[in-house]
Design a protein around this ligand. Structure first.
Ligand SMILES: Nc1ncnc2c1ncn2[C@@H]1O[C@H](COP(=O)(O)OP(=O)(O)OP(=O)(O)O)[C@@H](O)[C@H]1O
Ligand SMILES: [Mg+2]
Length: 243
């Protein structure tokens, strides 16, 4: 459902150009959890930004459901883009708004006041009881759950996640990965997950692309690690692992 065909993306840098992505060919299937790994600067975020057309390719084509967004009129582009949501490392929540208002924001921007939708999403991420709090009073894991609820408010078909667990400790990382697994199962969402944490990719993704200096260095099926225990407290697991 997401296709990259000979996609190259360059940025001007002084008098020369930097090649962020170099001739990428890739197809991501519907309802897949697809990982993207690579060193800093290898082009991971650029690849995500091409999927929701925050960036346009310099050459080649990016298609979602067979459509090249850059070929559509502006109104259709906006409408299609709404079906693609994004989650970031630093959560990007509005500090002066409550949890409820943060999740309601993407709907309000379209003039929609759908209290039930907001509450459903907050219940889905188990944050309904925190709806009147401000982000600064929440843990990192809780903030990311609110960000996921906000991303889901428009019922996107595709969820792009740029290092969603990189600011979190291992307990919260597992909680967020479990939430993303749930998103995929319950809402049939296609998830593209950028992470430098190989454990995160290994535990959840079906396939992964390895980027190296903008090139697709490998495209691999991911084999799940042998029984990875998601339950138990951090202290329990630390004791078990260290003993
Ligand atoms: N808007 C931009 N203008 C100029 N250069 C850019 C821009 N966006 C990305 N680049 C360059 O493109 C290359 C890939 O950047 P990108 O942000 O995609 O890497 P990344 O793999 O996400 O890195 P990180 O792990 O640090 O987030 C880098 O060399 C970067 O400097
Ligand atoms: Mg990045």
């Amino acid at each position: 459902m997401i296709e990259f065909r000979h996609v190259t993306k360059t940025f001007p840098q002084g008098r020369s150009t930097v090649t962020a992505l170099d001739d990428i060919d890739l197809t991501i299937a519907e309802n897949e959890m697809f990982g993207i790994v690579g060193e800093s600067g290898s082009g991971k975020s650029t690849l995500l930004r091409l999927i929701n057309h925050l960036e346009a390719p310099t050459s080649g084509a990016v298609r979602v459901d067979g459509e090249d967004l850059s070929a559509l009129p502006a109104r259709a582009q906006r409408e299609r883009r709404r079906r693609i949501a994004m989650v970031f490392q630093q959560f990007n929540l509005l500090a002066n708004s409550t949890v409820f208002d943060n999740v309601a924001m993407p709907l309000r921007l379209q003039g929609r006041r759908e209290r039930d939708t907001v509450m459903q999403m907050l219940e889905f991420v188990k944050m309904a009881g925190h709806r009147d709090k401000h982000p600064s009073t929440l843990s990192g894991g809780e903030k990311q759950r609110v960000a996921i609820a906000r991303a889901l408010a428009n019922r996107p078909r595709i969820l792009l996640c740029d290092e969603p667990t990189s600011a979190l400790d291992s307990g919260h990382t597992e909680e967020i990965m479990a939430t993303l697994d749930e998103v995929r199962t319950q809402f049939h969402t296609t998830i593209v997950l950028v992470s430098h944490e190989l454990d995160v990719i290994k535990s959840s993704c079906d396939r992964a692309a390895v980027l190296e200096q903008g090139r697709l260095a490998a495209l691999t099926d991911v084999v799940a690690p042998p029984t990875r225990e998601r339950t138990g407290s951090y202290a329990d697991r630390a004791r078990e692992y260290l003993a």
